[in-house]
Design a protein around this ligand. Structure first.
Ligand SMILES: Nc1ncnc2c1ncn2[C@@H]1O[C@H](COP(=O)(O)OP(=O)(O)OP(=O)(O)O)[C@@H](O)[C@H]1O
Length: 360
């Protein structure tokens, strides 16, 4: 629990979701914070990476928590801004909070069965109470040597395409993903690439963290303990570490924010359009694995390597487009504390600290 009274920086992306994040804040959250005597400073982001730069340079001793009122994209900026700092080990332990104001709101929705204003009120309540849980972060190395920290997902193929292509329907809110899915289904394509992963053994338990500097470099073959997927034609690859991919997509019903697992899904080529649509419709109730679809594979893994060979495509990390090429997602590096509260309590902290960033 964060000590009270605490000073909270609340970052609002005014363009997130349907462009109503600020109105949602003043209409639903401001009064709660005032009533609970939580002092806060509101910062309206002015451009992409504004929050990342601000957090990178902030005097964190002034703040007891950093809260974002936006979609998952702004939290991605804040986490990576904290990890950019020289004092990242301490910085990443700053409690973080999320108030859903975007169109996906995957992290805010994880662990809840509520939507829209109801979800916002639940998250506002948790913030007022100052409750803190823990959150897994996954370290992702891109082919350019860039390293990112991800709390939600790595996607390639259908899911990534829908996420990026549906941004033009942002004004309709969460339904943009359904619209994007239908449009992408009409032009369903196959993505070529290689996928390998380090499976989780039952004996691994929950708390073993991988140190990504011990994993083979991208120019090295994967070790024998890894599974190399024999198919190379995919419709989608999705690695997710939270229960929800969006407010209404319950992708991993059993996932906890700090279970130390990457939940890897892939769909191989050959799936029909109706079968793929059925999977996404079933996902609203978390029932997609019960569809018995032979093209859908689900594995719990600790690390994976994705090497797209199709000349064009989209890869997203936490819903944000990253460079297209080979990735490497060792997990988990920033993990686990004995959280005394359920991890879906929304105000989050990552502890103990990750191993030092390594040159890849
Ligand atoms: N003031 C701003 N102007 C333009 N872009 C911004 C601004 N502030 C943040 N951004 C960027 O906008 C993108 C989308 O933000 P965010 O993810 O928070 O909202 P969203 O896309 O509506 O929600 P979700 O990710 O849940 O779908 C992010 O890449 C973020 O970095």
């Amino acid at each position: 629990k964060v000590r009270r009274p605490c000073r909270v920086m609340i970052l609002v992306n005014p363009h997130s979701g349907r462009g109503q994040a600020l109105q949602l804040f003043t209409g639903h959250v401001q009064g709660m914070l005032t009533e609970a005597s939580v002092p806060y400073t509101l910062v309206i982001t002015e451009h992409q990476n504004h929050a990342r730069e601000l957090v990178r340079k902030a005097d964190l001793s002034q703040w007891d928590a950093l809260v974002i009122m936006s979609g998952d994209g702004l939290l991605f900026e804040v986490i990576n801004g904290l990890m950019d700092r020289e004092d990242w080990q301490e910085a990443i332990q700053t409690p973080l909070g999320i108030l859903p104001g975007g169109s996906g709101n995957a992290l805010a929705a994880s662990g809840y069965k509520s939507w829209n204003e109801e979800l916002l009120l639940s998250c506002g309540f948790i913030l007022c109470k100052g409750l803190v849980g823990s959150l897994d972060l996954v370290s992702i190395h891109l082919a350019s040597q860039q390293r990112l920290f991800s709390f939600l997902s790595l996607a390639w193929g259908f899911v990534a395409d829908v996420d990026i292509e549906s941004e033009k329907y942002r004004h309709v809110g969460a339904i943009r993903f359904l619209m994007g899915t239908l449009v992408r289904l009409a032009s369903l394509r196959v993505y070529q690439g290689r996928l390998a992963y380090l499976p989780v053994m039952e004996a691994d338990g929950k708390t073993i963290a991988l140190v990504d500097s011990l994993l083979p470099g991208l120019d090295q073959p994967v070790p024998e303990s890894w599974t190399v997927v024999k198919e190379e034609d995919f419709v989608l690859v999705l690695a997710i570490y939270q229960s929800h991919l969006a407010e209404d997509l319950w992708t991993v019903p059993g996932a906890m924010a700090d279970d130390g697992l990457i939940h890897l899904f892939y769909v191989t080529a050959g799936i029909s359009r109706p079968a793929l649509l059925r999977l996404f419709l079933a996902m609203e109730k978390g029932a997609h694995l019960a569809c018995g679809c032979p093209h859908l594979v689900y594995e719990k893994v600790k690390a994976l390597r994705l090497e797209p060979t199709s000349p064009q495509g989209v890869i997203t990390v936490d819903g944000e487009m990253v460079e297209y090429g080979r990735n490497h997602a060792p997990c988990p590096t920033v993990l686990h504390q004995a959280a005394n509260l359920p991890p879906w309590e929304t105000a989050l902290t990552a502890s103990p600290p990750p191993p030092p960033p390594v040159a890849w």
